[in-house]
Design a protein around this ligand. Structure first.
Ligand code: NAD
Length: 497
């Protein structure tokens, strides 16, 4: 069994904590690793190292920081297979999907390589007579990143390259369920020439998170996870004077109009509902079927759901792997059963799926439930599993009303052949990321990612231009260099031009 340590000050270390947690392979149910959890001493020493490192790293030239990021980009690209294998072994998602998340992380590193341009300030010559005004941005100092289980590589790469490019030190607290990929990222940062202490990995549970949230030398927190925890992180972090961005959970609706290409819509809705076993914050979990589209759409999604190959993610032809844990499986099946008992129609039922040769794995098959009502738990809860609920509505207006009444606002999509309907939709929904005939509208790295309402606490979205802004503070300089013949005498008026 592998022992998973921390990565502190450039070396893998056991730390002083005595608590451990088992790490599982969700496809087999086997314990594959033992994760060491940090204690308070580990936390304090890691933060002290980060603080010291941030003071020197923030002074390193943009050219040198960029050189490290370019090298890091090359190293991540040449370790895709190794990183993907670690993700699949601990998360369960299929290898091609794991490679996909690494690809989206690489995009953020590439964006961060452009940091000299992104940090260019402004300059106003002769703003007043003999006076110039200019601005620049400085790093905030030490940033902690707390991440969920479902993207062990992409989500750290949403944060760390941006925080490091802007001159900060970064401490990553991975999910205890998927800790190994973070360790490889740490080694690759070191190999790329990043000074020790600028990127560190500290494993832990709530005690460590709470220590990060309240530690006086942590300046900013980037969090991605479920809504109740995101809300808590934002409240405690801001109460302790930290800058916080806390991205939460989701219930993403796709609305399908009768004028849509229904085969195309069914392909995309099924892929977005069942890819990664539905364990994506941008997964489509609600299909809003409009009018005449409903019966045919449900039939077509059913055909696709039944054809999905659910297998160990290491198998070449697997479409979907297991869910993350027995607790998650139990929650998913309970929620589906409640909907069935409340009168919803089971179209495809994945509750009793058994994968031959993997009987101890945490399996739930693709599940489609039709005629779901908005008061059912299957609609109100973020299920975070391979479950698509279908809510039927009369028209586009009713669909928009439904989406806007939902407490979450992460992503949404519309399937239609009408530009007018798509335009009305994009302007009317209270959601941060919108797809038009695109089911998973995760913004490219030069935009920023973030939801609305209960999907985001704090006001800065992650990566892209808002990432640069989140990890830096602005300064404005008003400057005068008096010439030899300058006017003399003090003026006691407020400065004016
Ligand atoms: P989670 O909220 O349980 O855990 C996220 C992180 O918070 C982990 O590192 C965990 O150790 C820590 N944590 C958990 N409970 C805590 C507590 N009570 N106090 C302090 N720290 C705590 O989330 P998860 O189950 O790992 O991930 C799935 C969730 O993440 C889903 O809700 C999903 O929608 C969300 N998610 C959101 C986005 C987004 O961009 N909005 C992206 C990915 C995942």
């Amino acid at each position: 069994m592998t022992v998973i340590n921390h990565f502190i000050s450039g070396v893998e270390t056991a730390g002083n904590g005595t608590d451990t947690k088992p790490v599982y392979n969700p496809a087999t149910g086997a314990v594959t690793g033992e994760l060491r959890l940090a204690n308070r001493d580990d936390l304090d020493s890691t933060v002290a190292i980060a603080k010291k490192a941030s003071e020197t790293w923030g002074d390193v030239s943009l050219a040198k920081r960029t050189a490290v990021l370019f090298k890091f980009r090359e190293l991540v690209a040449s370790h895709v297979d190794e990183l993907a294998a670690l993700i699949t072994a601990e998360h369960g998602k299929v290898l091609s999907d794991a490679k996909g998340e690494i690809g989206r992380g690489l995009e953020v590193i590439e964006f961060a390589c452009g940091i000299p341009t992104l940090l260019k300030g402004e300059y106003s010559d002769q703003a007043s007579t003999g006076i110039d005004v200019f601005s620049f941005r400085e790093p905030v100092g030490v940033v902690a990143g707390i991440i969920p289980f479902n993207f062990p590589v992409m989500v750290p790469l949403w944060m760390a390259p941006m925080a490091i490019a802007t001159g900060n030190a970064f401490i990553l607290k991975p999910s205890h369920r998927v800790p190994s990929a973070a360790m490889l990222l740490a080694k690759l940062f070191k190999e790329a020439g990043l000074p020790d202490g600028v990127f560190q990995v500290l494993h832990g549970d709530r005690e460590v998170v709470s220590g990060l949230l309240t530690h006086p030398d942590i300046d900013a927190i980037s969090f991605v996870g479920s809504t109740p925890v995101a809300k808590h992180i934002n409240e405690v972090g801001t109460a302790h004077g930290k800058r916080v961005q806390a991205l939460g959970g989701a219930k993403n609706h796709a609305i399908i109009l009768p004028d849509a290409d229904l085969d195309n819509a069914a392909d995309h809705v099924a892929a977005a509902a069942f890819g990664s076993a539905g364990q994506r914050c941008m997964a489509i979990s609600v299909a809003v079927a409009v009018g005449d589209a409903a019966d045919l759409l449900v039939k077509k999604v059913e055909e696709r759901a039944l054809a999905i190959k659910v297998k160990n993610g290491t198998e070449a032809d697997a479409d979907m792997g297991p869910v993350i844990s027995p607790e998650s499986k139990a929650f998913i099946t309970k929620t589906v059963t409640e909907a069935e008992q409340a009168g919803a129609a089971m179209v495809v039922d994945g509750r009793d799926l058994v994968v031959p040769g993997h009987e101890e794995g945490f399996w739930v098959g693709p599940t489609v439930i039709d005629h779901v009502q908005t008061e059912m738990c299957a609609y109100t809860e973020e299920i975070f599993g391979p479950v698509l609920v279908v809510v039927r509505v009369e028209d586009l207006d009713e669909g928009i009303k439904l989406i806007n009444a939902n407490p979450y606002g992460n992503g949404t999509a519309i399937f239609t052949s009408s530009g007018a309907a798509a335009r009305k939709f994009q302007r009317s929904v209270d959601v941060g990321m919108i797809g038009i005939n695109v089911p998973l509208p995760v913004p490219v790295a030069y935009y920023s990612f973030g939801g609305w309402k209960a999907s985001l606490f704090g006001d800065k979205h992650i990566y892209g231009p808002e990432g640069v802004s989140f990890y830096t503070r602005g300064k404005v300089i008003t400057s005068r260099w008096p010439e030899a013949n300058h006017a003399s005498g003090a003026s006691y008026n407020f400065p004016s031009n």
